[in-house]
Design a protein around this ligand. Structure first.
Ligand code: HEM
Length: 317
């Protein structure tokens, strides 16, 4: 029983750490710190990176350029430590995931799904670590960065399932309402598609940024994916409004979650519009990404709570 409590705590801790990692990853990207550590998993071949250029070998630029196969920028303390903190959070995340897997064995007699899902979460986090290496070795290839983000959404989904099924989040008695369940499922899929369009817009802006320094000119060169992404947000907003009003008729926790979803969708649109009119501020980029992932997590929560099969798992445990 004590270990089951520990399992529930580790699921919540892991979910929060994953969001912290998503934010850290977004900050690494918008500050251009991705290459702050040229190698992986160590940074400048050290466990704690240097604090000044003088601590590196004199020919470090040629050395690491040759070693990695792409050009290395001069040492930048701020970039190196932004990337390093991101990696530390990643290691911390991996350790919590291992702890969660150990604690999941407390369910071995009642609900083996907890163990299987915990294994999948750990494997997905390991895969993310490997993709992280690819992000560095591919010199931040846009496609790899997008894949890296999509895997983190899958992790959010699996952890939300574990949190609901283990009752780490309070289980809610929900009337069987297929309309709401289906609507929330449609919204999960639509939000994932919207995030996919978001990754296209980001890939597009990243390639424009390589050619044009002046951020206020970036939208003059933007491709069609941006206009699809922008217009599609109206569909999501309308669907979230509908879910909000409909869920008023059922349990308060679903209503609360759909209220938060409506707020995050509105914030998403506001930060998107802000990027468009105010020359893509870095803070708005990172906030926009984080809020998109929070919306996705809220939708997973709503959908899983409305799924009778998860309730059966809870009842049988
Ligand atoms: C509910 C609606 C929305 C969702 C869920 C959403 C989600 C996302 C996500 C997750 C990303 C980041 C992808 C990545 O970094 O890989 C993104 C990027 C982007 N989105 Fe949205 N978005 C929404 C609405 C909007 C709106 C209304 C606008 C503009 C008016 C907008 C403009 C952008 C831009 C410019 C980027 C690229 C930002 C960058 O380079 O960091 N988005 N979107």
């Amino acid at each position: 029983m004590i270990t089951q409590q520990r399992f529930k705590k580790s699921v919540i801790a892991l979910l929060l750490t994953i969001y912290l990692l998503i934010l850290a990853g977004a900050l690494v990207r918008v500050t251009g710190s991705g290459m702050g550590c040229p190698d992986w998993p160590r940074c400048f071949e050290q466990f704690v990176p240097p604090t000044s250029e003088s601590q590196l070998r004199p020919d470090y630029i040629e050395y690491y350029s040759q070693k990695t196969g792409h050009e290395i920028a001069p040492f930048n303390l701020y970039h190196t430590y932004t990337e390093y903190v991101n990696r530390l959070i990643a290691v911390f995340t991996g350790l919590i995931a291992i702890g969660m897997l150990v604690f999941s064995f407390s369910y071995k007699n009642e609900n083996k799904k907890m163990i299987y899902f915990s294994i999948m979460v750990l494997l997905a986090i390991g895969f993310e670590g490997w993709l992280g290496k690819k992000v560095v070795s591919s010199n931040l290839k846009e496609f790899v960065v997008s894949l890296h983000m999509l895997v983190s959404l899958i992790i959010v989904f699996m952890l939300t399932y574990l949190a609901v099924a283990s009752q780490a989040f309070k289980s809610i008695e929900v009337k069987p309402l297929p309309l709401l369940r289906n609507l929330s499922l449609v919204l999960v899929v639509l939000t994932a598609i919207q995030i996919l369009f978001g990754t296209q817009v980001r890939e597009n802006l990243d390639s424009i940024a390589k050619r044009i320094d002046d951020r206020s000119l970036w939208f003059n060169h933007i491709e069609i994916s941006f206009y699809i992404h922008r217009t599609f947000s109206w569909v999501l907003l309308l669907a979230s409004f509908y879910l909000y009003f409909k869920s008023k008729q059922i349990q308060p926790a679903i209503f609360n979650a759909s209220k938060y979803l409506l707020i995050t969708t509105l914030l998403q649109i506001i930060t998107g519009v802000f990027m468009y009119y105010f020359a893509v501020p870095k803070a708005a980029q990172a906030t926009h990404l984080l809020i998109g992932c929070i919306s996705f997590g809220l939708l997973c929560f709503i959908n899983i709570q409305l799924n009778p099969k998860v309730k059966e798992v809870i009842a049988s445990s």
